[in-house]
Design a protein around this ligand. Structure first.
Ligand SMILES: *Cc1c(COP(=O)(O)O)cnc(C)c1O
Length: 429
């Protein structure tokens, strides 16, 4: 595989951008080697600047549920662009996307669009604090909710990958009200409520954790969070930035039939353009300015291109049959990897909910950050590099989810499984 152009671009990039990238995990530090510079994406494929083609299971870290440059999405963006790229004033597109999102997630009675998942979670927590008039919040170890100061405590994703406990530049004061509990452990939540009675505004949780690799909630865990927050007068926030439309068309709240007070969204609802959103109970959302006193604003919020891309994307996954096919293909992938690894005598643990999945190189069942962090990163890096040279692009870290799209069809899955066979057949060489 020739990657000369990527090598030269990465050299130049390191002088221009910190670490040569605009988001840390892209730099491949957890797996070695160097990032590929991308020329274009088409359907399930990514093409690097040296002309190599890869089947893409990163899909821009989740948003591209319809694959790269789906003609329907591209057409929607083009149509919107000729009508102007931003108005700074309301447009009917915002109502269309709001209604479409609510069709998928009926618990959302009112919604505010923002520009990223980070903005969504940051704002939802501000809202929960404003509504409850309390300051403390609970997050879970290994869960990632974007890079806002108050959430950069024992977070997953890039923070976990780089092994940073938190980040310099985050003042101790801004995280002093952030309490950390263990995912899948209700006792650890109860302890915090006992210790800080009537001080906790909200629990924020990835209902299926995706940012330490995919970790499904244990039966009763999410139900328990709902019961505890109700009893304690705290707000339950489901951060569905990743799980939305991915673990079920209606997100984790529909899959597990639990009603959170607030939901944060991002990724898929922007169809590859920058969008986030927070929504939920009308009574709470009415506190957001200008309806209420909680301030939050955005120059490009509700951007017509982003709204159009999101609408076109959600139209394409509305048909349950289309979504079910995507999940079936995800399952085929699990089965193929499982059997190839077994044949080669490589211990793995696979987790999947809907169209989000992870292959852990571990002998321990991953159920929380403690069990996940022991996964064999050297084995994972080997898997990543072999798959890459066999034409499959995976997330360059053990602690990430992999994603499918509606254009990862039978043929693409077969092609992927051939690469998987090849990878494990040569494992010990
Ligand atoms: C990606 C992600 C975010 C942050 O979204 P950005 O758009 O990257 O700011 C927040 N929460 C979860 C669960 C995510 O997966």
């Amino acid at each position: 595989m020739n990657i000369d152009k990527s090598v030269s671009l990465f050299r130049e990039a390191q002088a221009l951008l910190p670490g040569g990238v605009d988001s840390p995990v892209r730099a491949f530090r957890a797996v070695g080697g160097q990032p590929l510079f991308i020329d274009c994406g088409e359907g399930p494929y990514l093409y690097d600047v040296d002309g190599n083609r890869y089947i893409d299971y990163v899909l821009s870290w989740g948003p591209l549920i319809t694959g790269h440059a789906h003609p329907h999405v591209v057409e929607a963006i083009q149509k919107a662009a000729v009508k102007g790229t931003s108005y700074g004033a309301p447009s009917p597109l915002e109502l269309d996307l709001a209604k479409r999102v609510m069709e998928f997630m009926p618990n959302i009675e009112m919604i505010r669009f923002v520009n990223s998942g980070t903005e969504a979670t940051m704002s939802a927590l501000r809202l929960a604090r404003a509504y409850t008039k309390r300051d403390k919040i609970i997050k879970f170890e290994g869960c990632y909710h974007g890079h806002a100061d108050l959430l950069l405590v024992q977070a997953g994703s890039g923070v976990a990958t780089l092994g940073l406990p938190d980040s310099p530049g985050v003042p101790a004061n801004t995280v002093k009200d952030t309490l950390v509990a263990e995912f899948n452990d209700l006792e650890s939540v109860e302890r915090l409520f006992k210790r800080y009675p009537e001080q906790i505004a909200a629990i924020i949780v990835e209902p299926v954790a995706g940012n330490m690799g995919v970790i499904p909630p244990r039966p009763g865990f999410l139900e328990g969070l709902r019961v505890i927050t109700k009893r304690e007068g705290a707000i339950l926030i489901f951060d569905e930035v990743m799980t939305g439309f991915r673990v079920h068309p209606g997100g984790a709240q529909t899959l597990y039939n639990i009603t959170p007070d607030l939901t944060t969204l991002g990724k898929v609802i922007g169809g590859g353009l920058p969008v986030g959103a927070y929504g939920g109970r009308k009574e709470i959302l009415q506190m957001v300015a200008p309806a209420g006193p909680m301030y939050q604003a955005g120059t490009l919020a509700g951007n017509p291109l982003a709204m159009s891309a999101g609408l076109a994307t959600l139209e394409l996954i509305r048909d349950q049959k289309v979504w079910d096919e995507m999940e079936r293909h995800a399952r085929q992938l699990d089965v193929g990897i499982e059997s190839a690894a077994k044949k080669a005598g490589v211990p793995i643990q696979q987790t999947r909910v809907g169209t989000m999945r992870t292959t852990f190189f571990s002998e321990t069942e991953p159920v929380d950050w403690n069990t996940v962090k022991g996964a064999d990163k050297v084995q994972f890096a080997k898997f990543f590099q072999k798959m890459l040279s066999n034409g499959v692009y995976l997330a360059p870290s053990q602690f990430e989810a992999g994603f499918l799209s509606i254009v990862h069809d039978e043929r693409v899955i077969a092609e992927t499984l051939a690469a998987v066979e090849q990878t494990f057949n040569t494992w010990w060489q």
